[in-house]
Write a protein that binds this ligand. Structure first.
Ligand code: SD4
Length: 414
């Protein structure tokens, strides 16, 4: 009898300590919020996952995680964005704090946060006057996605209009389309009241002239002549007979990192878990005229779903858009992965095929827990604001370079 009482006491103690430490119960139909220690950016999520169970969260997936209402309040509202674009984050944060709740508030935060970067020409890779293309012109890509309705507005390769993400918002709110491109996007913007003006600046003009003077190096051409590795265009397809065709798959080194920051990708979530995600970029420097990157493509540059969370990406868009890494990240969270694991899913899928790839993915679940993963740089900074930290720059170390696999050619069996 005495032994039985001791056993019962022990079981009760273990249960109590487990629930206070982890605070979760499992149930089909809900997303798990798992704990990760491999990323500095998981600090916030650690503090919530150790809370006691009270509140049910999220939608599809495998588990429900109980988190104190108070703990959630510390994570939402939140605004997070790529790179150390702090002014953009401050703008979004100011808007989010103005009033509690409301779908339009997160939309305003993302659109005006990214607009701030366009106006400041963040690192020369957002907004006018950056990344001149092969004709010396700056063209803009931008997108905004509403995680409640799954509506998207985007513009791609848009010329002569500075306010890319605001125009994208007009596409979302005033049309039934998802994306407008090129000169037609410009015409649409003008019809919506935006001013048309040159996006060329003295700096972008100099950049363009210097590139021309260096025989247009680097550029994005291959399998053309004259040899694009030593000459400017115009180019023609190489006229190699099919039997002697040897495809050149070399990629132009994509400049990204400390001195070549890229796209702003931003996510805003309010206290009612309304989510918007958005991007704005002038793309890749010396891109071929007409090139569009990943940023305006839903699932590539950004994705949001109120049921789960959101993700944004930055990096070599020509490669990234082949894998829809932000959709992959959101779907990974839907299936129970933590934000850290989900961000890594997006990056690793690309690495399977492009070992030199450089880029980053930020993933946030609907509770405001966040993480980032990156490759091809030493580290990747991003900015977060939530009730516990405003305009806080964090840095995540990137995944180590993939070991190059020695390919042993198949030989005839002897
Ligand atoms: C693009 N992804 O157009 C954009 C550029 C950028 O981070 O993010 N770079 O390829």
């Amino acid at each position: 009898m005495f032994k039985i009482i001791i056993c019962l006491l022990l079981i009760t103690t273990i249960q109590a300590s487990t629930s206070s430490h982890w605070g979760f119960t499992t149930k089909p139909g809900f997303t798990s919020i798992t704990r990760s220690t491999s990323y500095k950016s998981m600090t916030a999520s650690r503090s919530t996952t150790t809370s006691r169970t009270t509140n049910q969260i999220v939608a599809e997936g495998k588990f429900v995680v109980g988190i104190k209402k108070g703990a959630i309040d510390k994570l939402l509202p939140m605004a997070i964005n790529t790179w150390n674009f702090t002014d953009a984050n401050a703008m979004a944060w100011r808007i989010l704090k103005q009033s509690r709740g409301g779908v339009r508030q997160t939309r305003n935060a993302v659109v005006e946060g990214c607009t701030k970067c366009e106006q400041l020409q963040c690192d020369g890779t957002v907004g006018y006057g950056g990344s001149p293309d092969e004709q010396g012109e700056t063209t803009l890509d931008a997108m905004v996605m509403d995680g409640a309705t799954m509506d998207v507005g985007a513009v791609a390769g848009m010329r002569l209009i500075k306010d890319a993400i605001r125009v994208a918002r007009h596409v979302l709110e005033r049309t039934a389309h998802t994306m407008l491109v090129g000169d037609a996007a410009t015409e649409f913007a003008i019809s919506m009241g935006f001013r048309s003006e040159s996006l060329v600046t003295p700096e972008s003009k100099t950049m363009y002239q210097q590139w021309k003077a260096k025989d247009c190096q680097p550029n994005f051409w291959r399998n053309v002549h004259p040899d694009p590795k030593i000459s400017c265009g115009p180019y023609e397809p190489t006229a190699t007979p099919l039997t002697r065709w040897k495809e050149d798959r070399a990629r132009t080194e994509y400049q990204i990192g400390a001195k070549h920051h890229d796209t702003i990708g931003m996510i805003a979530i309010d206290v009612d878990h309304h989510i918007h995600a958005g991007t704005s970029t002038n793309g890749a420097r010396h891109k071929i005229h007409g090139r569009v990157g990943d940023s305006p493509i839903p699932g590539a540059g950004a994705y949001a779903d109120n049921e789960v969370g959101a993700a944004v990406a930055t990096g070599d868009g020509d490669v990234m858009m082949r894998f829809l890494p932000t959709l992959l990240a959101v779907e990974a969270m839907r299936n129970g992965k933590s934000p850290a694991e989900a961000a890594e899913v997006g990056i690793r899928r690309i690495l399977k095929h492009y070992k030199e790839f450089s880029g980053a993915v930020i993933a946030v679940n609907r509770l405001g827990q966040y993480a980032a993963a990156c490759h091809g740089m030493r580290e990747f900074p991003f900015v977060v604001s939530n009730p516990t930290q405003a305009i806080h720059v964090e840095t995540v170390k990137c995944l180590p370079p993939e070991p190059s696999v020695e390919v042993v050619p198949l030989t005839k069996q002897t």
